[in-house]
Write a protein that binds this ligand. Structure first.
Ligand code: UT7
Length: 323
């Protein structure tokens, strides 16, 4: 069986930056509350670009870095909860925009675990020999599904996009995974509910809903499930935790990361944190972090890193990657 390896990463975020102070002018909040409770200082917000626009610019960044011919791409998987349309998929829109005529394309919905799920799917296509390469992108325009009058959610999220190009390799790459879901807790984090209204029933036609979250429930879920998921990977592979060079976690709340660090006995300086600049960008948060690390030259071939996400579904996903 083959292995799959992340060979290039890329990213694109909208230019407009919204600070905590700006948010305090539209809802009853403060920079102090947002920074101390979450670690977030600012986020990027779309001035009109949609999820597929951000994703296409990420794709172009990756193609440029890898000098990749778009016609050579065999599969495009996009993870998103804020797609431009239900159909065509965001991946199909990207395929058209970058001219990847030979690629199959589809979207994956696993909220903030979306990038991990999408890489897991890509890995299977490569491992089974179906494809030699897959372009995976996480992209979100959460600002369009945010309730800007709800201070408990609107201060948390941001828009952005990033991704990775995976190729077949002989060894290393994606070594192990632990993905899972707890649908019974799904109502703790919802967005874009479209009621089943039609011409033959009395269901009222109302606009699709915004993000609604029981923050404490998700916090509790993440701080219980992610340490277990990381331990699961450590146990499964027999890796010594000191061998883990970095952990790239979903960027939702720095307090969640501190608890994961304590519970797993992996020091905080191994966790990459950049939510300060982007907020929570759901499926884009992990690849944005990963791309920053690559651009800073932090990750070297052979390094073992953990990538871990959690969120709507509720879902979680952890990967052990040999870079
Ligand atoms: O990516 C998807 C996964 N999502 C997450 O991981 C989110 C997980 N949850 C969290 O990160 C945290 O639960 C939050 C950041 C959402 C909330 O932090 P918290 O420490 O759990 O705060 P809380 O909900 O317990 O609220 C504490 C207080 C409340 O006031 P009272 O009832 O104590 O008077 C809230 O009304 O803070 C108030 N509050 C705010 N105050 C100022 C809530 N939001 C705000 C705000 N500004 N933006």
């Amino acid at each position: 069986m083959y292995s799959s390896k992340i060979v290039y990463t890329g990213s694109y975020v909208p230019e407009r930056v919204v600070t905590n102070d700006e948010l305090s002018q539209i809802v009853d909040t403060s920079d102090e509350w947002i920074s101390t409770r979450t670690g977030i200082k600012k986020r990027h917000v779309s001035t009109g670009e949609n999820a597929s626009d951000l994703a296409s610019k990420t794709a172009e960044d990756i193609l440029k870095k890898g000098n990749i011919d778009p016609l050579s791409i065999e599969l495009i998987i996009v993870a998103t909860v804020s797609a431009d349309y239900s159909t065509p998929s965001t991946a199909c829109l990207v395929q058209a925009k970058i001219g990847a005529k030979n690629a199959a394309a589809f979207d994956v919905t696993a909220a903030c675990s979306g990038f991990v799920y999408a890489v897991s799917v890509a890995d299977k296509f490569i491992k089974t020999g179906t494809y030699k390469n897959v372009l995976v992108i996480g992209t979100e325009v959460l600002s369009k599904i945010t309730d800007w009058t709800d201070r408990t959610t609107c201060v948390l999220f941001g828009d952005g996009s990033a991704g990775a190009f995976l190729e077949r390799c002989e060894t290393g790459g994606i070594i192990a995974e632990d993905i899972g879901s707890d649908g019974e807790r799904g109502m703790s984090l919802t967005a874009s509910n479209i009621l089943a209204s039609n011409a033959f029933n009395d269901v009222e036609k109302v606009p699709s809903s915004c993000i609604a979250m029981d923050g404490r429930a998700v916090f509790q879920f993440a701080t219980r499930q992610i340490p277990k998921s990381i331990e699961n990977i450590i146990e499964k592979t027999g890796i010594d935790r000191n061998e883990i060079k970095y952990v790239v976690p979903h960027q939702a709340n720095s307090r969640i990361i501190e608890i994961i660090s304590k519970k797993t006995d992996i020091p905080m300086d191994k966790f990459y944190i950049n939510m300060e600049n982007y907020g929570n960008t759901s499926s884009a948060s992990i690849p944005i972090a990963l791309n920053e690390m690559v651009e800073k030259g932090m990750v070297k071939r052979g390094d073992k890193i953990i990538i871990t996400g959690f969120g709507g579904g509720l879902t979680w996903g952890t990967l052990l990657v040999e870079w």
